[in-house]
Design a protein around this ligand. Structure first.
Ligand code: ARG
Length: 456
């Protein structure tokens, strides 16, 4: 039994069956197969070029690996738990196929630097997919903004009506967050795109390998600079999970708003039927399941970040078996983020706005009170006094059940004789919104400038 193992030499007794299962990672790390083979092919070719093995042997190994790849993709290979992980499953197959020469592949290499390269290749690919999804979501948010430039909604602080804003401005706020997420992701991709192969088990290798050549073959920007660090670094996975945590936090905020806005009480938007479900008991229900689930999935992504940080905490250099536990949190994060982004991009693009309801809500809650205060300031009143004047005006409105734009000029002048009949030009929703013209403000012209900038 022990002889079946690629590392069986030192052992006299077979591994306990349950220990075998317990220590194996093949159930989950098989998703790395393509990257494992890609890394092995580059390594084998380098071994041949450097005459560490014969060029013909390298060619045999590469051909064997190609066949294995084809067979895995055709579902013809059944992975074995006894072979522990994807690296040994592939290598054992290779030896089975091409004979003893297959055993030369692992020259100058260890599973420790092999797994480090595999995860990087895999994550790099997934990041490129995710960057595409992020751009798609950005485009959907921009589309919402462009198509609804006339729509005014209440802007909130403390979830209390604060000042009217353009719905487009609100959508573009989320675009900013997603754009920052994208830049964070690109940034961490650059940082980890260096090749750890060549670190060996921990100290480097005695063979005259050419790391730079392999790095070039595999599309890395360079090579890692310290063998101990190369095999024990999982910062990149943690950074990715941190990126994902922030992204999901953003998506959960947007989710929360979409859920509120879909309720009968707000009734600001209508999500397409394709993204909602009904209730098995209440026939009137149309539930915003997708944003609810994305909000919920934020929890597992945070959890994965904490898992990884805790996993790596206090680990002595260099590789420790603990690190095999890095994969499931990372994989789950990747799957969750991809699913959430994909579904959000489509859902946002198809979302329908109920402009009238937003407008009615924007007019409630004295949302133009600040505009009256600013008006008084422009007539010479210090802002603190203006705040006081309008505070009293609002109290009067509350007591009499009136709204600011409904007050007569005499009523306004009860509170300040600086107010003249041009006040009515300032207290409409449009006037309030459009007065905020400076870069980053909600005025239509400012938002249009922003949209034009994004188009470039
Ligand atoms: N399956 C292992 C992992 O994912 C590969 C590296 C194993 N190295 C070792 N020395 N046991 O971490």
């Amino acid at each position: 039994m022990s002889q079946d193992k690629l590392w069986g030499g030192r052992f006299t007794q077979p591994t306990d069956k349950f220990v075998e299962e317990f220590t194996a990672s093949i159930e989950f790390d098989q998703r790395l197969y393509r990257y494992d083979i890609q890394g092995s092919k580059a390594h084998a070719e380098m071994l041949g070029r450097q005459q560490i093995i014969a060029a013909s042997e390298a060619q045999q190994i590469i051909a064997g690996l190609d066949e294995i790849l084809t067979d895995i993709e055709a579902g013809k290979i059944k992975f074995s738990v006894a072979l522990e992980d994807i690296h040994m499953n592939v290598e054992a197959r290779l030896i089975e196929r091409i004979g003893a020469v297959g055993g030369k592949l692992h020259t100058g290499r260890s599973r420790n630097d092999q797994v480090a390269v595999d995860i990087r290749l895999y994550l790099r690919d997934e990041i490129d997919t995710i960057l595409g999804y992020l751009s798609k979501l950005e485009a959907s948010l921009v589309k919402q903004a462009e198509e609804n430039l006339d729509v005014i909604m209440p802007g909130y602080t403390h979830l209390q009506t604060a000042q009217p804003v353009l719905y487009s401005h609100h959508m573009l706020a989320y675009r900013e967050m997603i754009a920052r997420d994208s830049s964070r992701l690109q940034d961490l991709r650059t940082r980890f795109n260096v090749m750890p192969l060549g670190a060996g088990a921990l100290a480097g290798t005695t063979f005259p390998i050419d790391r730079e050549w392999v790095a070039g073959q595999l599309g890395f920007e360079g090579v890692t600079r310290n063998s101990l660090d190369s095999v024990s670094d999982r910062d990149f996975a943690i950074e990715f999970c941190a990126f994902a945590g922030i992204l999901m936090m953003h998506l959960s905020r947007l989710s929360e708003e979409l859920i509120l806005w879909s309720s009968a009480d707000f009734s600001f938007i209508e999500l397409s039927d394709a993204f909602c479900t009904g209730s098995s008991i209440m026939p009137q229900k149309k539930n915003p399941d997708v944003p609810e689930l994305v909000r919920g999935k934020t929890g597992r992504v945070y959890g994965n970040l904490i898992s990884l940080l805790t996993l790596m905490k206090s680990l002595p250099l260099a590789y420790n078996k603990d690190m095999q536990e890095d994969k499931e949190p990372l994989f789950d994060t990747i799957d969750t983020v991809k699913g959430s982004l994909k579904i959000f991009a489509d859902m946002i693009a198809e979302m329908k706005v109920k402009a009238d309801n937003m407008r009615i809500a924007a007019a409630r809650g004295f949302s133009t009170a600040t505009d009256v205060a600013d008006y008084c300031v422009r007539k010479g009143l210090p802002f603190r006094q203006a705040h006081e004047v309008v505070g009293k005006t609002v109290r009067y409105c509350v007591e009499t059940g009136k709204d600011i734009p409904d007050l007569t000029l005499d009523e306004f002048r009860e509170f300040s004789d600086l107010i003249e009949d041009d006040i009515y030009d300032f207290v409409t929703l449009e006037a309030s919104v459009n007065a905020r013209k400076a870069t980053g403000g909600t005025a239509r012209e400012a938002v249009e400038r922003e949209l034009a900038r994004l188009k470039q």
